[in-house]
Design a protein around this ligand. Sequence first.
Ligand code: F6P
Length: 318
Amino acid sequence: MRIGVLTSGGDAPGMNAALRAVVRVAIYEGHDVVGIRNGFSGIFDKDFKAMDLSSVADIIHKGGTILGTSRSEEMRTEEGILRARRILKEEGIEHLIVIGGDGSMKGALALSDVGQSVITLPATIDNDLGYQEASIGFYTAVETILDAVGKVRDTSSALRRANIIEVMGRECGDLALYAGIAGGAESVIIPEVGLDFEGVKNKILAGKKRGKRHHIILLTEEQVPAYGLAKDLEEATGVETRVTILGYIQRGGIPTGKDRINASRLGAEAVSLCGDEKRSMALGFSEGRIQSFDLKEALAVEKSFDRALYDILDKISI
Ligand code: F6P
């Protein structure tokens, strides 16, 4: 059997570990495995690489993706999808394993609709895929944020300041919420709840009264302009407020052990599902174990919001 594999969309730490598992398990089981460079774009460019055991040597601990990735515009057109399917067929790729987030899953679904067998593995730091609990890269990004929170807290305490730390996540507040809980943030501002200006202000004022020397506010990107919010909070509380925008450092770095283990398990499982049948499948951790979902159904599951976790943060951050 011939299996194609690509990484797509925003890179996430652990993509390499997933790729390594796919390649190694495929070879172990006697299949041919073809790496497609730069995401779906590599299909159009016919940028294929026959993978052997050593093509994935020494990568389990590396961030980024050795295959490269992209957000392919061509995959958004009907013509592009048909062309991609035709090329994959010419290359004899029976199953395509796609490692990426929701945009990548949509690309995979479009290919599946025109006859390609596809299996997707969830990899995104945002953890915004509703059908599963822990996408590859999410917990590594949380650790990266925690490292920054610790450092910002040091300087915040030294100068008795408030600090807004803006994190990624798009429409999903998981990065801010999980890092907020683990990092002891005073407030998180996430899309699922929105900005409660009075609440954030009152936390700072209460902390100030108790002699607290730091106030850490984690803000999901694209909610409110961080610098404007800092100015408003400073005016309302009299506490100097600074901004740190973490940006792309959240996407890189050494994947945590847990991300590497999850990625390895997902990669191995994907290969084991490649058989005679056409697949249209998304894999992911749900209720603590790997489960397979119909790809279309998985994409339709709305991400649920862990209100209880948010409430805990509110209570323990007084
Ligand atoms: O989806 C992952 C992510 O890092 C988001 O958190 C962020 O909004 C986006 O990608 C940035 O995308 P780009 O790399 O295209 O700027």
